[in-house]
Design a protein around this ligand. Structure first.
Ligand code: URA
Length: 203
């Protein structure tokens, strides 16, 4: 499989800037995205957080995790003492995909094929950042990091993603979608507990 990943480069990127230029040039698999949304954070961050794909706000602003789910993640990180500006935040898929409903753009989940298309870029990103810990936020990130579809409920916690120490937790958008306040609060507390462990593991 490593060979197959190598074959895609005409010129192997040696920096995140070179990698991002390749992603920008490739453009979206599905037309519609405003721009590619690259990973953001220090070049040598200790923790990499991997999400699914940019949402509406991320697509417009060109930055990962700036919409509602991103704001919740940023708040949760701050609550456990993880400085967002010291972490590296990225996505399995680098372009927003959506269904148009009137003037609204509704997030559409990436297919397995789309996740696979972007996977070598994510792997290269990890190789360039060389973090101590890689965090999968939700099932799409987990699929991208392992190549396998596994429910979060059965895999949550400490993991290993190839050479990287890993941690699996829910995606913050899952917390936003929960129906009632009590369930939401409980799920948010569990998410904070995961982030505390993540903070400790990256020490
Ligand atoms: N959800 C994601 O998975 N990534 C983002 O950047 C924003 C929302």
């Amino acid at each position: 499989p490593e060979r197959a990943l190598e074959a895609m480069w005409d010129q192997e990127p040696k920096t995140l800037e070179e990698l991002n230029a390749i992603i920008a040039k490739a453009g979206p698999l599905v037309p519609g995205a405003t721009q590619a949304v690259f990973g953001e954070g220090p070049k040598r961050a200790e923790i990499v957080f991997v999400g699914e794909q940019p949402g509406d706000q991320e697509d417009l602003q060109g930055r990962p995790f700036v919409g509602p789910a991103g704001k919740l993640l940023t708040k949760a990180m701050a609550e456990v003492g993880i400085d967002r500006s010291k972490a590296y935040l990225t996505n399995a898929v680098k372009h927003f995909k959506f269904d148009q409903r009137g003037h609204r753009r509704i997030h559409a989940k990436p297919t397995t094929g789309e996740v696979k298309h972007y996977r070598p870029w994510l792997m290269k990103e990890l190789e360039l950042v060389r973090p101590r810990l890689v965090v999968a936020l939700g099932a799409t990130a987990l699929l991208a990091l392992t190549g396998k579809s596994t429910p979060i409920s059965r895999s949550r916690g400490i993991a290993q993603f190839g050479p990287y120490r890993g941690y699996i937790t829910v995606h913050p958008s899952y917390l936003l979608r929960l129906p009632d306040e009590a369930t939401k609060r409980e799920a948010y507390e569990a998410f904070l507990n995961d982030l505390r462990r993540i903070h400790d593991l990256a020490e």
